[in-house]
Design a binder for this molecule. Structure first.
Ligand SMILES: Nc1ncnc2c1ncn2[C@@H]1O[C@H](COP(=O)(O)OP(=O)(O)O)[C@@H](O)[C@H]1O
Ligand SMILES: [Mg+2]
Length: 246
């Protein structure tokens, strides 16, 4: 069957073959597939199903319908319905991950691509943001790109989602606080929809810590690949982290 290259991502070459996608694997793949299996068992429809490894050593995942949320109309991207649905989907994935997060063996750093963050409560997605969320029409339908998942506290993912969807980021295109509500009000809404009790201030300070780590990671990748766009991203993360702390 034909291979179709999927663009949009920044990290992994992804191809589509029929109803599946194929992506490169790594030491993190078995743990990520266990997480995806737990999501499936919990009845979550919006996560890819792991179907094993193909003859070229690539992971096989189901291709999910929809378009990347970051590329949808501003009225959809910044809608309260999408904010609530994203919070709820994240909550369901976190809850589904509990058995894996509770296993001592799952906390071995070498099993994951990203760092383990204490206190470990769940398996965090670590990149739960509009460019990895899918939408159909004006509804949120799923999330992809679990490669960087790792054990951590719930708020670690909630804070990064807030950074991208409240939003707290400098590069939030076409966000209009008059139409969409203030970022702080939206953080409170997101936390409530998740079922959390964190004050807005704690979400902001956790987002700043998350951005410090992301800036360091992105700077390293910019140096390794000599990509100036990545260097610019790293600079933005640093500026945003500083602004969140001021
Ligand atoms: N399971 C999937 N279902 C549908 N589309 C997918 C799936 N996985 C990847 N894609 C598409 O491929 C693009 C890149 O994939 P992603 O897993 O996000 O890789 P990256 O690590 O490069 O961000 C996505 O933006 C999306 O358009
Ligand atoms: Mg991606």
């Amino acid at each position: 069957m034909d291979e179709e290259a999927l663009s949009g991502g920044n990290v992994t070459p992804v191809v589509r073959i029929g109803g599946t996608v194929r992506r490169e694997t790594g030491p993190w793949t078995p743990a990520v597939h266990r997480l995806l299996e737990l999501c499936e068992r919990a009845g979550i429809a919006g996560t890819p199903r792991p179907l094993g490894i193909d003859e070229q050593g690539r992971e096989i995942l189901t291709h999910l319908p929809g378009v990347v949320l970051a590329e949808t109309r501003a009225e959809v991207l910044w809608s309260r319905a999408v904010l609530h649905a994203a919070a709820l989907l994240l909550r369901r994935i976190h809850d589904a991950s509990l058995p894996l997060a509770r296993e001592a063996s799952a906390r071995r750093p070498q099993d994951w691509r990203a760092a383990v963050h204490e206190p470990v409560e769940v398996i965090c997605h670590n990149d739960f943001a509009p460019y990895n969320l899918l939408a159909s029409g004006d509804a949120l339908t799923g999330v992809i790109d679990f490669d960087f998942a790792s054990p951590g506290p719930r708020i670690w993912d909630v804070a990064y989602l807030a950074y991208r969807l409240a939003p707290l980021a400098e590069d939030a295109a076409a966000f209009d606080a008059r139409r969409d509500g203030s970022p702080d009000e939206r953080i409170a809404d997101l936390v409530a929809a998740y079922g959390g009790t964190w004050p807005v201030e704690q979400v902001r300070s956790t987002a700043a810590a998350r951005l410090d780590e992301l800036a360091a990671f992105t700077r390293e990748r910019a140096a390794a690949t000599r990509r100036t766009d990545l260097a610019a991203h790293a600079d933005m993360y640093r500026r945003d982290a500083r602004r969140l702390r001021s």
